[in-house]
Design a protein around this ligand. Structure first.
Ligand code: BDR
Ligand code: CA
Length: 317
C-alpha cells in the first residue's frame, strides 16, 4: 500500500520538483495539497498548486488554501529573487481552470487525519503555519498522523536566509517551534542534508529531453532558480531542498538520522535557528519535555538526485 501524504507546500520551483517526484513515485499517494505563503503570497502559491496539478493531469487531487500570514506578524515576500515573481521561474503560466476546495488547509488536514487514523503522513515543504493551525484546531491529530516529514531547519550547518536560519523555519518561527514541541513523530530534513543534494546543470538538461509534461515544465522553470544559485552560492546546479524530503520517504536507506530535541529560536539575531539537544549527550532545562525528532544528518545526495530524475523523466539515457 502506498503511503498517503498531504503535501503542505508553497510552490516554488523546488516545490514543483518535489510534487512531481512524489506524483511519479509508486510508494506514495498524494491525497491533497495544502498551500501556504513562503515562496510567494498564499494567493499565488495556491494558483501555482492548481497549475502544477493541471500540468500533471491530476486535477483529481484537492487543493486547500492555507494561511496567508505567520502566527505572529505579517508575511514579507523576499523569495521572488529565488523563485521568480510568479513563483515558477518567471514563466507566467495561464490561470488554472480549477479552484481550491472550500475548506482551509488546517480544516482539510484535521478532517483527513481524523478520517484515517494512523494513515496520513504530513509532508511539509514550506513554512509550518498550517500544521500549527491544524494542531491548534484539533490537538488529537498529533497522535493520529502516521508521521510528519518536513523540509526545514539547520541543526549543525549555517542557515540560508540568515547566517542562523533556514527559510521555511524563519518564515514562521512560532509555528515551527510548536511543530517541534508536539507529540508526533517528526523527521527534519534540513540544510544539513539538502546542501548535499545538488542537481547539476548537466543533470537539469534531462528534463528538456524527457518528453513528458511534468519534466517539460521543470525544464522551463529551473533555469531561473539555477541562475540564482549560481550567483548567490557559486554552484553550477541547484539544491533540491524540497525533493530531498520526498526522497526520504521513498529511499530512507540513503539517509542517516540522529535523535535530537529541537527548539526554535524565536527572537533576536539567531531568529529561526533550530537548536538541537542530543538526548544523553548533554542536557538543558530549556529542552526538557520536548519529544525526540529524527534529524537527518547525512544523505547520499547523488543517489537521491538520480532517483528523482529517473522517476520524473522516466529513464535517464
Ligand atoms: C526552502 O525554502 C524555499 O525557498 C524552498 O522551497 C524550500 O522549501 C529551502 O530553504
Ligand atoms: Ca518550499
Amino acid at each position: 500500500m502506498p503511503e498517503k501524504i498531504i503535501l503542505d507546500t508553497d510552490p516554488g520551483v523546488d516545490d514543483a520538483m518535489a510534487l512531481y517526484f512524489a506524483l511519479r513515485s509508486p510508494e506514495l499517494e498524494v491525497v491533497g495539497l495544502t498551500t501556504v505563503f513562503g515562496n510567494g503570497p498564499t494567493e499565488l502559491t495556491t494558483l501555482n498548486a492548481l497549475r502544477l496539478l493541471e500540468i500533471a493531469g491530476r486535477t483529481d487531487i484537492p487543493v486547500a488554501r492555507g494561511a496567508a500570514n505567520p502566527l505572529q506578524g505579517v508575511y514579507a515576500n523576499t523569495a521572488a529573487v529565488v523563485h521568480g515573481d510568479d513563483g515558477q521561474g518567471n514563466v507566467f503560466l495561464p490561470a488554472p481552470t480549477t479552484q481550491p476546495i472550500a475548506h482551509s488547509a488546517a480544516e482539510f488536514i484535521v478532517e483527513r487525519v481524523l478520517a484515517e487514523p494512523g494513515t496520513i503522513t504530513l509532508l511539509a515543504i514550506g513554512p509550518l503555519t498550517n500544521l500549527a493551525l491544524a494542531l491548534q484546531r484539533e490537538p488529537r491529530i498529533a497522535g493520529l498522523v502516521r508521521r510528519v516529514v518536513l523540509m526545514g531547519g539547520n541543526a549543525f550547518v549555517p542557515g540560508n536566509l540568515s547566517p542562523a536560519a533556514e527559510a521555511n523555519i524563519f518564515n514562521d518561527v512560532d509555528a515551527a517551534d510548536r511543530v517541534f514541541a508536539a507529540a508526533w513523530p517528526v523527521t527534519m530534513i534540513g540544510l544539513d542534508v539538502t546542501h548535499h543534494a545538488t542537481m547539476s546543470s548537466a543533470q537539469l538538461e534531462h528534463y528538456g529531453r524527457a518528453g513528458n509534461p511534468l519534466a517539460a515544465h521543470l525544464a522551463r522553470i529551473t533555469p531561473f532558480y539555477r541562475d540564482f544559485t549560481r550567483t548567490f552560492n557559486g554552484l553550477e546546479g541547484i539544491y533540491v531542498h524540497d525533493s530531498t524530503a520526498v526522497a526520504f520517504l521513498v529511499c530512507p536507506e540513503a539517509f542517516t538520522t540522529q535523535k535530537h530535541r529541537i527548539r526554535v529560536d524565536t527572537q533576536g539575531f539567531a531568529r529561526g535557528k533550530t537548536w538541537p539537544a542530543r538526548v544523553g549527550l548533554y542536557g538543558s532545562e530549556a529542552w526538557a519535555g520536548r519529544i525526540e525528532v529524527d534529524v537527518a544528518v547525512e544523505v547520499d545526495g547523488p543517489r537521491t538526485v538520480s532517483l528523482e530524475l529517473q522517476r520524473v523523466c522516466g529513464s535517464i539515457p
